[in-house]
Design a protein around this ligand. Structure first.
Ligand code: N01
Length: 540
């Protein structure tokens, strides 16, 4: 419904969802088609897909396997969709999400090309006022952010970037028409999951690739390949059991964590187990033993195994040494998986520059300058990550009761209840927000749980004639303590350069942001909270 006012017409809905990726699409489906709300999805991009709309860099594909990096809520959807590869490539995931949008008639309630610039809670009207960069105004009782965890690109403030005579790109804002690297001297800055995926593909096309590495990283082979017919048939036959297993798992992946300790087996058996896991590839390498993520000594055996692999793959000993991580343990930063990453450094057209010896001093018109040397470049690719978890939320300029700015409330680090709500911000839900398991899980599992829990909560309010839900400060304090406790029970906070801690963005508070207590455990807590009448939330 539209009502004119001084600032232009205001469009009213029961709920506004910001973002049309995996989260926003499913939340729209549930709130509109199950709860019966009027819903508008506002999406900055010109297409749906969220992360997969923006991340089109060379080699971009998902590190979770295709048959479970997908929705589980509709058996028909599962039955009718065929994945072609073990790890889906970005274009295939976009096609899947486009199919979902069409199949569930979602597009009519999604407004593309609409960047939200502000959201303020009007206490008297009990409505959120949402404004966009184009000056549009919306009002809604509920505001749900589905903006993703890794959507605010982090382009480092390196002096002189504006003077660069070539072209530069951030991987998370990749041009749709692609980038032609043929005959070009390319500089790649960053060796996280993205840089590690991109380097081999760029190296195969460019005249020369220079990789600028600040922190050496562990990586395990992905072992990507086609989904053959026998495997597809196995997935279909076991679809329910696989989904059940993913839901019951700590990280939303349908694979078992071994119940053996690293120290239950002999060194020779351990080596054989790691070799088999290396051959199998993928994120499940971490699951080879139960204590890899819990005990530094246990983890060191996995870390040492991968270091040995790097040395065995990379021909030049000096390059191998520089590529060998020593300042953190395996998987304490988000572990990448790769297709011939370390092998890439054996190519004659690839150079590694170790920024631990000397940092980038400046970008100059010809390229990158480090100490006295200038590396001449035609293209710079920033694979420098994201202002993770808080960045996408703070960029919305959210203001709650009494004009309270989320930016101020989170000045010393984010605090929330269950990662879903912040005291002072009634009827605002932050899907996969800081304090939720989000990035520590196979994302669709966390997303489906959040969307269903939020839909149930709004149904609960409607059925009882209530119109407001707000986390209490006590509940947020309790949850903050639980997030800290869960993190410190693992090795995750040990990696001082991790984006889980905000360490990659200068000036960002160093707080471990995601909930490390496990997805299944988290699901149980959320279910208990709901069963106790939304314990920790004030309902009015
Ligand atoms: O970003 P990152 P990413 N000068 O922050 C370096 C997900 N993902 O885009 O480690 C020089 O991990 C930085 O160095 P350091 C996944 O969750 C998923 O690679 O901070 N270097 C690091 O090497 C992943 O973890 C998939 O010392 C600078 C790199 O840039 C997350 O996205 C695929 C620098 C950034 O690594 C982020 O990955 C890809 C500077 N000023 C990504 N600033 C899937 O498959 C930063 N760096 C689903």
């Amino acid at each position: 419904m539209e009502t004119p006012n001084e600032a232009g017409p205001v469009r009213r809905y029961d709920a506004i969802i910001v973002g049309a990726g995996f989260s926003g699409l499913y939340q729209l489906h549930l709130l509109r088609d199950r709860v019966g709300l009027s819903v508008r999805v506002l999406e900055a991009a010109e297409g749906i897909g969220g992360t997969w709309y923006w991340n089109r860099y060379p080699g971009a594909r998902c590190d979770s396997e295709s048959y479970y990096y997908s929705y589980s809520f509709s058996r028909d959807l599962e039955d009718e969709w065929d994945w072609t590869e073990r790890y889906p490539e970005h274009g295939e995931i976009r096609r899947y999400l486009d199919h979902v949008a069409d199949r569930f008639s979602l597009r009519r309630d999604i407004q593309l090309g609409t960047r939200v610039s502000g959201a303020a809670y009007d206490e008297a009207a009990k409505r959120w006022i949402v404004t966009t960069e184009a000056g549009e105004r919306f009002e809604a009782q509920f505001l749900i952010t589905a903006v993703g965890c890794l959507s605010s690109a982090n382009v480092p403030a390196i002096p002189g970037l504006e003077s660069f005579a070539g072209a530069w790109y951030h991987t998370g804002r990749w041009p749709h028409e692609g980038v032609d690297f043929s005959g070009k001297r390319v500089g790649l800055i960053g060796t996280g999951s993205t840089g590690i995926q991109a380097a081999p593909v760029i190296a195969a096309e460019a005249a020369h690739l220079t990789v600028f590495q600040r922190t050496a990283n562990y990586s395990v082979p992905a072992r990507n390949g086609p989904m053959d017919d026998a495997f597809k048939a196995w997935v279909r036959q076991n679809a329910s059991a696989l989904r059940e297993k993913a839901r019951a798992a700590p990280n939303g992946h349908p694979f078992d964590f071994s119940d053996r300790s690293v120290f239950d087996v002999s060194p020779a058996e351990r080596q054989a187990i790691y070799e088999a896991a290396w051959e199998r590839g993928g994120l499940r390498f971490r699951a080879s033993f139960r204590d890899i993520m819990l005990d530094a000594k246990a983890n060191e055996t996995a870390s040492a195994f991968i270091r040995d692999k790097i040395r065995s793959i990379v021909a030049d000993p000096e390059t191998a040494e520089a590529l060998t991580p020593r300042d953190h343990l395996f998987a304490t930063k988000r572990p990448p998986i790769d297709t011939h990453y370390f092998e890439t450094f054996n190519r004659p057209n690839v150079t590694l520059v170790d920024l631990k010896k000397a940092p980038i001093a400046a970008i100059v018109p010809e390229g990158v300058r480090i100490a006295d040397a200038t590396y001449p470049l035609d293209v710079i690719v920033f694979a420098t990550g994201f202002d993770a978890l808080t960045g996408p939320l703070l960029s919305l300029d959210i203001r709650g009761r009494d004009g309270l700015a989320l930016r101020d409330v989170w000045a010393d680090g984010p605090k929330s209840y269950l990662g879903l709500q912040v005291p002072g911000f009634p009827n605002l839900f932050t899907m996969t927000g800081p304090g939720s398991p989000s990035v520590l899980t196979n994302m669709p599992v966390a997303i489906e749980q959040h969307a269903e829990w939020i839909a149930d909560c709004l149904s609960h309010l409607r059925e009882r004639g209530l119109d407001r839900v707000e986390a209490t400060p006590e509940a947020a304090d309790m949850w903050g303590a639980e997030v800290d406790r869960a993190a410190s029970a693992t090795l995750l906070p040990m990696a001082s350069s991790s984006w889980y801690l905000g360490a990659n963005v200068p000036g960002k508070p160093r707080v471990f942001m995601p909930y490390a207590g496990g997805m299944a455990h988290y699901r149980g807590i959320c279910e208990q909270v709901a069963a106790r009448g939304y314990d920790g939330f004030a309902l009015r």
